[in-house]
Design a protein around this ligand. Structure first.
Ligand code: PEP
Length: 248
């Protein structure tokens, strides 16, 4: 039985004091939740937010990482740096990284391997654009994203990963995928993981849905058999809205 995982991707929002305030509210309001709860602030807020969530039911996540251990990579942070401030999960391959910052399936794969080698847990984002959905190539795009991210990854490592299926056309647009549309792609990913690994491996990998998930649409989405949680953007910026999804 897979436990739902609800992760808040705060993106480039909140100063350090604001992030601390939001983290305190999330810890208080989501107490006793029947799901894994994760908050993912910006790099500069990680340490301060860790002071708030450490020892609570809320885990800390980062929004990206570099695959190298150290060196001349101006502007980047390493897995060891994230670990030193209490990070457990790392979001990788987000569509905003792919669209604006040159993320590719190859760089996602390098990051997935580095994250797992460091004992951290990747949340791997995959998903098609509107043009790709309308061109009937959703499954091909999602398959390329998944196969690319998991290239040369053992089953023992694969079971530690989380996938976030995020149709790009639903991110930040208010246009949520219907529960059936989302379930179809989640089931496709689940079957693909059976082909790439085996049934036991596929059956433990959690697949979150992301894209305009809100308290009022979460219950139906999360009621689908292959939807194991959510990666939440806009609705993660207010503790009450985020909690509405956690409780769903
Ligand atoms: C996201 O960016 O991961 C996301 C799902 O955003 P939103 O919930 O705002 O669509």
């Amino acid at each position: 039985m897979r436990k739902n995982i609800i992760a808040g991707n705060w993106k480039m929002n909140k100063t350090v004091p604001e992030a601390v305030e939001l983290a305190k509210a999330v810890v208080a309001i989501t107490k006793g939740a029947d799901a894994d709860v994760v908050v993912c602030p910006t790099f500069v807020c990680l340490s301060a937010v860790n002071d708030v969530v450490k020892g609570t039911h809320v885990a800390l996540g980062a929004q990206d990482v570099h695959w190298e251990k150290s060196g001349a990579f101006t502007g980047k942070v390493s897995c060891d740096m994230l670990k030193s401030v209490g990070v457990k999960y790392v979001i990788l391959g987000h569509s905003e990284q792919r669209t604006y910052f040159g993320e590719t399936n190859d760089t996602v794969n390098k990051k997935v391997k580095a994250v797992l080698a460091a004992g951290l847990l990747p949340i791997i984002c995959v998903g098609e654009t509107l043009a790709e959905r309308e061109g009937n190539i959703t499954e091909k795009v999602v398959e390329d994203h998944v196969r690319g991210a998991y290239k040369d990854l053992s089953a023992a490592d694969a079971v530690k990963t989380v996938i976030a299926y995020e149709p790009v056309w639903a991110i930040g647009t208010g246009k949520v995928a219907s529960p059936e549309q989302a379930q179809d792609v989640h089931a496709f990913i689940r079957k693909l993981l059976v082909k790439m690994y085996d049934e036991p491996t596929s059956s433990v990998i959690r697949i979150q849905y992301g894209g305009s998930m809100k308290a009022d649409n979460a219950k139906e989405l999360l009621g689908k058999p292959d939807i194991d949680g959510g990666l939440i953007g806009g609705a993660a910026l207010k503790a009450e809205d985020f909690n509405g999804i956690v409780r769903a």
